[in-house]
Design a protein around this ligand. Structure first.
Ligand SMILES: *Cc1c(COP(=O)(O)O)cnc(C)c1O
Length: 466
C-alpha cells in the first residue's frame, strides 16, 4: 500500500466530514502559513534523522519495529478527529472499535468470557491487573519470576503489596517448586506468569501452574505483553515451530492477561491491553465522576473499567484497521509471527555453527541471546559484547547493524553449561529480538555480519584479542 496516498486520503476525508458541519471563522492567533510551517517542518525532519532505524531488518536489537502502514493510516485518520475513548460520547465510533478489537484479543486466547480494554502500554495494563489482584486479595502479596519485567516489582511497591521474586530454571522460566513452597506460607494471593520474558523470551509453565489456582486459592495473571500474539500459533502440536503450545492454550484458564499490540501487533506506541476472565471485576473500577456520563446503563463506557481517563481513540482505530487486514488467525497475523519464530530458529542454528559466536541458550520464542566465543571471563564477555554493539551501530548506515545487550548473572553462564571465569558478578551478552518477518529472509546474513564484528577465537597463546 502507498502510505503517502492513504495519508492524504485520511486528511481529505476528515476535511470533508468537518465541512459537513458548516464553516466557521478561524481565530487569527492560531493561523499558520505554509511558508512558516515549511521552515519548522524542515527543521523537524532534520532533527528526526537522529533516530534508530527500527524498520530495517538490520535492526535486530530491542523488541521494537516500525508500525504497519495500515496501522499508521488508521491512527492518523482517527487522530485527526481526536476521539477520546474514556467516555462513549468522547468517541462513539472508536469506542465501538475498541470493543471489537478487545473481543478479537479475547477470542485469540479463547477466553470463555472477558472484560477488558486497551491501555497506553503494557506497564499500565499490568498495573491494572495487579490493582484488581490487590482489590481481590488485599492482604496477600504477588509472586513473579526473578526474570519477570521490572514493572511488577515497581507496581507492587506502588500498590503497597509485598513482592516475592522467585528463582528461574536454566531456561529462564519460573521455578514452580519454589512458587509452591511460597504458596504454602499463605502470603501470596497472585502469581504472575510471563509468556515471553523481556530478556531471553522465556515462557513460564502456565499449564503446569493451573492446579495452583484451586489448591491455594490464588489468582493467575499472565504477562504476555511481548509473547501474547504467539497464541495464534497454538492450535497444532508445535513440532514445526519446535516449541510446546501448552502455555498459550492455558492462558484461557487464567484470571487476567496482558498483551501489547504495540509490540507484536504491528501498532505504533501507545497500545497495550488487559483482559480479565471475570466480567464482575468491573466493580473495582467504580467511581463517581461528575464530568462524564457513566454507570447509566446502556452500552458500556470504557471509562467505567479503566484506571486511565483520557485514552486515544486513534489507538483503537489503528488496531481495528490492522486486524481487518491481518486478522487474529494463524493465516493472518499468525503468519508473521510464525516467520519470526522461524527466523530465531535459523539465526540460532547459524550462531551454533559459527566459531566466533556462542549461543547463550536455545530461543523459546523469537529472541536470540549469544556472546563472543573468544571471551574467557564474564568481564571479557561484557566488554566485547559492549564493543560489538557500538561498532555495529557506528558503521556506515548502509552497512550498520543494530543489536542490544542483556545483563545476565555470572551464574547464568554456568547454569547453561558455558565455562567462563566468573570474575564479575554479572556481564552483558548480545540479544536480538527478531520480530520482523523479514528477519526470516536475512537471518544468515545477520549472523555473518555479527560474527564479523566478533574477535577471532583464541590464538595459540590462549590470549583473547580485543
Ligand atoms: C514490554 C514488556 C512490558 C512493559 O510494557 P510497555 O508496553 O513497554 O510498558 C511488561 N512485560 C513484558 C513481559 C514486556 O515484554
Amino acid at each position: 500500500m502507498d502510505i503517502v496516498k492513504w495519508l492524504a486520503r485520511a486528511a481529505i476525508s476528515t476535511t470533508e466530514w468537518e465541512a459537513s458541519f458548516g464553516g466557521y471563522q478561524p481565530h487569527p492567533a492560531a493561523v499558520i502559513s505554509d511558508e512558516q510551517f515549511g521552515k519548522v517542518f524542515d527543521e523537524l525532519s532534520d532533527r528526526l534523522r537522529d533516530s534508530t532505524p527500527f524498520f530495517h531488518p538490520r535492526y535486530a536489537g530491542q523488541m521494537t519495529r516500525a508500525p504497519h502502514p495500515a496501522a499508521v493510516v488508521g491512527y492518523v485518520a482517527a487522530m485527526l478527529l481526536n476521539q477520546n475513548n474514556h467516555d462513549l460520547a468522547g468517541g462513539p465510533a472508536t469506542t465501538q472499535m475498541e470493543h471489537e478489537v478487545v473481543g478479537d484479543l479475547a477470542a485469540m486466547f479463547a477466553m470463555p468470557a472477558h472484560i477488558g480494554h486497551l491501555t497506553s502500554s503494557g506497564t499500565i495494563a499490568n498495573l491494572e491487573a495487579l490493582f484488581i489482584a490487590r482489590q481481590t486479595h488485599p492482604d496477600r502479596g504477588v509472586a513473579f519470576s526473578a526474570d519477570a519485567h521490572f514493572t511488577h516489582e515497581r507496581m507492587c511497591a506502588l500498590l503497597g503489596m509485598t513482592a516475592y521474586p522467585v528463582p528461574t530454571d536454566t531456561h529462564g522460566a519460573i521455578d514452580l517448586a519454589a512458587v509452591e513452597k511460597l504458596l504454602r506460607t499463605g502470603a501470596v494471593g497472585t502469581i504472575v506468569l510471563t509468556a515471553g520474558t523481556t530478556g531471553v523470551g522465556a515462557i513460564d509453565p502456565i499449564a503446569d501452574a493451573l492446579p495452583l489456582k484451586e489448591r491455594y486459592g490464588v489468582r493467575l495473571h499472565v504477562d504476555a505483553a511481548y509473547g501474547g500474539f504467539f497464541a495464534l500459533l497454538s492450535d497444532d502440536d508445535g513440532n514445526a515451530l519446535e516449541w510446546d503450545p501448552a502455555p498459550w492454550r492455558a492462558i484461557r484458564a487464567c484470571d487476567s492477561v496482558v498483551v501489547d499490540p504495540h509490540k507484536h501487533g504491528l501498532q505504533p506506541y501507545g497500545c497495550g491491553a488487559v483482559l480479565f476472565a471475570d466480567p464482575a471485576v468491573a466493580r473495582h473500577y467504580r467511581h463517581d465522576s461528575p464530568y462524564t456520563r457513566m454507570f447509566s446503563g446502556g452500552p458500556a463506557h470504557l471509562g467505567e473499567i479503566t484506571l486511565e481517563c483520557s485514552r486515544a481513540g486513534a489507538a483503537a482505530a489503528a488496531l481495528w484497521t490492522t486486524l481487518r487486514l491481518l486478522p487474529l488467525r494463524r493465516d493472518g497475523l499468525g503468519a508473521l509471527l510464525a516467520s519470526t519464530r522461524r527466523a530465531a530458529l535459523r539465526f540460532a542454528r547459524r550462531v551454533e555453527e559459527s566459531s566466533a559466536l556462542t549461543l547463550y541458550q536455545q530461543p523459546s520464542l523469537d529472541i536470540v541471546t549469544y556472546f563472543p566465543s573468544a571471551a574467557r571471563t564474564v568481564s571479557e564477555v561484557d566488554a566485547v559484547s559492549g564493543r560489538m554493539l557500538t561498532d555495529g551501530m557506528s558503521r556506515d548506515p548502509t552497512d550498520s547493524i543494530f543489536l542490544s545487550t542483556l545483563r545476565v548473572e555470572a551464574a547464568g553462564f554456568g547454569g547453561r553449561g558455558h565455562r567462563l571465569d566468573a570474575d564479575a558478578p554479572s556481564g552483558r551478552i548480545l540479544r536480538s529480538a527478531l520480530m520482523k518477518p523479514e528477519h526470516e529472509l536475512c537471518a544468515d546474513d545477520l549472523v555473518a555480519r555479527i560474527a564479523a564484528l566478533a574477535p577471532p577465537v583464541a590464538r595459540a597463546d590462549g590470549r583473547v584479542p580485543r
